[in-house]
Design a binder for this molecule. Structure first.
Ligand SMILES: NC(=O)c1ccc[n+]([C@@H]2O[C@H](COP(=O)([O-])OP(=O)(O)OC[C@H]3O[C@@H](n4cnc5c(N)ncnc54)[C@H](O)[C@@H]3O)[C@@H](O)[C@H]2O)c1
Length: 299
């Protein structure tokens, strides 16, 4: 049997998960992949919500593409895929969250937008509902404070693309109960992920380490240590990283890297997190990486 063709037993089995109904707030790049992940690994229903109808339309067509790819790879039958799609429901209003057991938020990386959304959801959702934010760097405890359910609030950080990457980083806030942490961990494991837990300090584990490497690579470039290509090769060939830090920065977006460095600098108050001036300069020139055609590299 070709490696890509799996038996139904080997393929994704739709598990009965600890959260039966999930509200996915944000249907952008992360939201749509997380929604697909949940519907393709569990029997849970996912309501996908966004303020932008265009984003919901795009999510629908991207989910179609993900599904088609999975069928082509032999992970699902067409019948399975129809079942998966039937579990992803387009939410037309925030009120659709009222019976959900879990809310996962993946809206814009802006603390005020997140706080505003969670405070509205707090008034809509049943008291037992757990809230999770997919933020890459914003303080979980501060976002949680916009709700009255700080005990049931935590970070659930997926990686991109969420239906493929194996890791989920969970981040309890200051008031999060062990029960909440344990339920969210269980759910991530039901989704087939390996879970790591981090305390709520800026950048958690993964963003902090990843961004510090990128920022240091930018300093190395600024100091004339070497060329972007050779700095990246140092990490790809010397350390087996799949992508060098400067290429990764261009892929993530230099504006996002700068924003995260600023969040860490402010959160720790430690100058070791100061963003490299070259990073600031490229952002101010509008060279944000791959998405604008120019960053550390030209595309
Ligand atoms: N892209 C990544 O690699 C990645 C990885 C891990 C975590 N994250 C985090 O996930 C979150 C989303 O990132 P993304 O890359 O999917 O962004 P994105 O820009 O692709 O999607 C964000 C979506 O949020 C919607 N939105 C904005 N305000 C909203 C509101 N008030 N209510 C509902 N929807 C709203 C937008 O219309 C958009 O569709 C961010 O917090 C980001 O830091 C991103």
């Amino acid at each position: 049997m070709p490696e890509s063709v799996k038996t139904k037993e080997e393929s994704q089995v739709f598990k009965k998960a600890c959260f039966q109904e999930v509200f996915m707030a944000g249907s952008g790049f992360m939201g749509r992949c997380i929604a697909y992940l949940i519907a393709s690994r569990t029997q849970s229903k996912v309501y996908i919500y966004d303020i932008s109808e265009a984003s919901l339309d795009l999510a629908q067509s991207e989910i179609e593409k993900m599904g088609k790819k999975s069928v082509e790879k032999g992970l699902f039958s067409q019948e399975d895929l129809n079942e998966i799609k039937s579990r992803i429901l387009r939410a037309s209003k925030l009120d659709d969250a009222k019976n959900c057991d879990l809310v996962i938020e993946a809206v814009a990386e802006d603390i005020n937008i997140k706080k505003d959304l969670f405070s509205k959801l707090d008034a809509i959702c049943k008291p037992a509902t757990i809230f999770a934010s997919n933020t890459s760097s914003l303080p979980i405890t501060a976002i949680a404070a916009s709700t009255k359910r700080t005990k049931q609030f935590m970070g659930m950080h997926f990686f991109s693309p969420a239906h493929i990457m194996k890791l989920v980083e969970i981040i309890p806030g200051v008031d999060t109960t062990p029960e909440t942490t344990s339920k969210v961990r269980t759910f991530a494991e039901e989704l087939g992920k390996t879970v790591i837990a981090s305390k709520d300090f800026p950048g958690f584990i993964t963003t902090r380490l990843g961004m510090v490497l990128i920022n240091e690579a930018a300093f190395a470039l600024m100091e004339g240590l070497s060329t972007p290509e050779e700095i990246d090769q140092g990490m790809t060939l010397g350390y087996n990283h799949p992508m060098g830090p400067l290429a990764l920065a261009d892929f993530v977006g230099l504006d996002i890297v700068l924003h995260i460095m600023e969040t860490m600098l402010e959160g720790f108050g430690d100058p070791k997190y100061r963003p490299c001036p070259v990073l600031r300069q490229l952002v101010s020139a509008g060279h944000l990486g791959k998405k604008t055609g120019k960053g550390f590299y030209t595309y």
